[in-house]
Design a protein around this ligand. Structure first.
Ligand code: SDX
Length: 428
């Protein structure tokens, strides 16, 4: 028997249905509340409000659990390839051999971008942040494929848009990097794997016979998997709400890239490294910085710490922290910033302020250290996050479209001036 929630408003009792998910999460369905009572609910930042039902990703913030379509992130990060996980998120099941071959081939055949896009790079100012470039370039794809603007096109055309997007994102990201370096761009090499192709486009030069280091490729594969989806985070919710107006997928993902860029979201991985470098330059006194983070009069926050959902630990941070040790040893990189990060975590996790608020390292705290060891420049860190998160954004968008969700349009409670008459300028 399904549960009922009872709420009494102005002396009248209303019954609202309770919905329970497959992992035992429960929600009060308030979709009929306004029609029945005239009341709406308020929840700034949607901290306690579910926007949708979804079968893509499950998080348990208290237990530090993260599953993609039921598979634990620890197993996927260890055993799967990024394209395998992308297929899982988008289609709902792990691919068999034929399905993975079909998916990989389709994506490989779409890695090239239109030559006209080269001109865009020339128009950006020198030193333009690659996230600003990437967001613009991804949105402009909808103009090169105008059929993608038709929300009612056949499913096979929608699928082609999905594959094109997954294929072209690394190409555009690498071109943004090469453009920022003043280096000639590299074209995709269809003989390489998805991750190797990206690394080759990033680092090959006419003067070097660049060979992808398997250690680097494995670390990148793991990082992309760990970033692939995270249920209704800020950027995924952005993709959903933009897509709910039937805006095309390229523009919806471009909006997601913009949301991810924020320092409170995906932009935190760049902020963490800059924070750790500042602490290192300041002499490495950690307690001072922990105290600054606790000081409400100080805008400083411990970047890479805290999470809306995880209140014990972010399982991704645990995996990345271990991977950071492994990768730096294998690459023979000695990065003092890793030691500062570990010491900072130790100091903070002994401090009641962080313990009481459930503030632990999140996915962004250690990821920048690995990116740096892989030779990826700091302002490309959030671009790496975007490449990883792309299949998750696509899966969330596809689920929203297939569910026939209505256009997203939240209500509000008005707190401004009540009705008043216009006053002539001379009388003000
Ligand atoms: C990502 O949603 C996702 O799933 C995101 C993500 C994903 O995969 O998509 O996991 C990726 O965005 C990870 C988060 C990256 N951002 C940062 O590392 C920036 C630093 N962290 C924060 O700003 C903060 O923790 C958030 C934004 C992550 C979460 O903010 P919430 O849930 O709105 O929590 P809050 O701001 O209300 O903080 C609760 C308390 C406050 O203190 P009190 O008012 O209770 O006294 O904790 C404090 C905050 O001041 N606090 C921090 C802090 N984070 C929260 N204090 C110091 N340093 C911090 N980092």
């Amino acid at each position: 028997m399904s549960e009922i929630a009872r709420i009494i408003l102005d002396g009248i009792e209303y019954e609202l249905p309770v919905f329970e998910g497959t992992e035992g999460e429960k929600a009060i369905d308030i979709s009929s509340l306004r029609a029945k009572s005239g009341y709406i609910t308020l929840d700034s930042g949607y901290k306690n409000t579910g926007s949708t039902k979804s079968s893509i990703t499950f998080l348990d913030g208290e237990k530090g659990i993260l599953h993609y379509r039921g598979y634990p992130i620890e197993q996927l990060a260890e055993k799967a390839s990024f394209l395998e996980v992308s297929y899982l998120l988008i289609y709902g099941e792990l691919p068999n051999v034929e399905q993975l071959e079909w998916f990989t081939k389709s994506i490989t055949m779409h890695t090239l971008v239109h030559e006209d896009m080269r001109r865009f790079f020339e128009a950006f100012p020198t030193g333009a942040h690659p996230m600003g470039i990437l967001s613009s370039m991804i949105s402009s794809l909808s103009t090169f494929y105008p059929e993608s603007q038709n929300p009612n096109r056949p499913y096979k055309d929608i699928e082609k848009t999905i594959h094109r997007l997954i294929a072209k994102m690394p190409t555009l990201a690498a071109q943004a990097f090469k453009n920022s370096q003043g280096h000639p761009i590299n074209y995709p090499n269809n003989k390489l794997s998805y991750t190797s192709n990206f690394l080759h486009m990033m680092y090959a030069l006419p003067s070097n016979d660049y060979e992808v280091d398997p250690v680097v490729e494995d670390a990148l594969n793991k990082l992309l998997i760990l970033h692939a989806d995270h249920e209704q985070n800020c950027s995924a919710s952005t993709v959903r709400i933009v897509g709910s107006s039937q805006a095309n997928l390229y523009s919806s993902v471009s909006a997601g890239i913009a949301a991810l860029w924020g320092p409170l979201h995906g932009g935190a991985n760049q902020e963490v490294i800059e924070m750790l470098e500042t602490i290192k330059a300041d002499g490495g006194g950690l307690q001072k910085w922990v105290d600054k983070a606790k000081d409400k009069t100080d805008s400083f926050r411990l970047m890479g710490f805290g999470h809306r959902v995880y209140k014990n630990f972010d399982p991704r941070a645990k995996i990345i922290k271990k991977a950071a040790d492994d990768v730096l040893v294998k690459l023979g990189v000695d990065d003092p910033v890793l030691d500062i990060a570990k010491q900072l975590e130790e100091v903070a996790l002994k401090d009641p302020y962080f313990i009481e608020r459930g503030l632990y390292p999140n996915v962004d705290f250690y990821s920048g250290i690995i990116y740096r060891a892989l030779g990826i420049p700091t302002d490309m860190f959030t671009v790496m996050f975007a490449i990883g998160r792309l299949p998750g954004w696509i899966a969330q968008w596809k689920e929203m479209i297939e569910a026939g969700d209505p256009i997203g349009r939240p209500r509000q409670i008005y707190t401004g001036a009540t009705a008043r008459d216009y006053v002539e300028l001379k009388n003000r």
